[in-house]
Design a protein around this ligand. Sequence first.
Ligand code: AMP
Length: 451
Amino acid sequence: MDFQTVKGTHDIINKEARYYQSIESLFISVAEIYGYNEFRTPILEYSELFKRDAKDSSDMVRKQMYTFLDLGGRSLTLRPEGTASVARSIVNNKLYAENDFPIKAYYLGPIFRYERPKAGTYRQFIQFGVENIGIDSIYADVETIIMSYRSLKMLGFENLKLKINTLGDQASRDNYKAALIKFFTPFIDKMCSDCKERLKLNPLRILDCKVPEDREIISKAPRMSEYLSKEAKDRFINTKKLLDEVGIPYEVDEGIVRGLDYYSHIVYEFEYVSKSGLNVGALGGGGHYDNLLSEVGGPKLAGVGFAFGIERIYSLLKEDNLLPKLNDGFDFMVMPIGETAINRAFIVADYLRMLGYKAEAIIEKKSFKAMFHKAERKDARYAIMIGEEELKNNEVIIKDIKTQEQTKVKNTDLRDYCDNLFDDHECHCGCNDDDHECCEDEGGCCKHGKK
Ligand code: AMP
């Protein structure tokens, strides 16, 4: 039997996984600087969390959810987004009770949507996202934009396009929807079947339609900006002013409506086209919401958040040669010369690892040449060779793979010798104290020579 990955899913392994880790850890470290805490919510949720409203108009809720009955007959859904789960978690854990706002959450993990797979679009993909909940303010809104912009810049993206729009408040949206219904009704028979449905459920969704003939009609539709209440208009003006003040370039695009029903006021998306013209869709996006917390059973608290797709970010960084240089070589490759030295090689590698070095022992019989090939393949800086003579004399030979210089070192001096080789070697016991006398008595780890 030939087992393949499920359509729309993919393995992320070896070097690729390291690149993913480096992208994810950059997002995490920026989020931590901004005071966000991790929320690890379950991937499985009760379906009603996402399908709160029978009239939900988003494609995601209507067509893309992996929903099934478990063996107990409960309807469960593999999460198609992170925001609802974070909101549920805040409500379940009564995090609002302390009245200490904003609640700042970040999440990282797989998201599932039954979409048509294509470049940059999967059925299981990874999102990093944040939610800032409890303070209804343009400062909270803009903070999430700044964070995402700076994270993308730090990853190496230049020529980013940030598109923003406002969906106004409820009254603005109701007026606008009425205007859209009036405008589209005479054309709707000529439009795609999705748009026919959207007209009934939520005419705002029509603005998202990608069918070229429909786009022509859409281009003549009334604009949201004409239907904004004074408050919504002022809020958007102030948001743009703040973005100008913090130096974040943007363009207003009234076509940005975002895929989910809960957004109001600012919505935004980041786009990036590679130097060769590769466009895999938005890198990420976000927006403000007013009613989500109350929809999942909590108090009425506003929030704002964004989500980025790690696959799209990785593929564009790769396409434009922007992936960071990985520091994933071995410090030491320990080579037994002859079978009798394998045991010692194994023990030496274990000792080096305990000191915090990345080390590997070769534990199968191999020729000298094959061992050096392996050391090169694994990007090792030093080879440690142990032959009959070294076994007898309780010593090893350490060879700098680049310069080919080699030295005999007594087993008892190995620790000091290695620490001198790696001046930048860092303490691995977690004390981070240069002066202390750690390790040696505690099973050891690190820079013991520096007391
Ligand atoms: P959304 O939750 O739809 O606003 O999506 C936020 C980000 O997640 C997008 O900008 C993409 O980077 C990523 N994303 C959304 N859907 C997919 C998908 N099917 N495959 C890969 N990445 C996706």
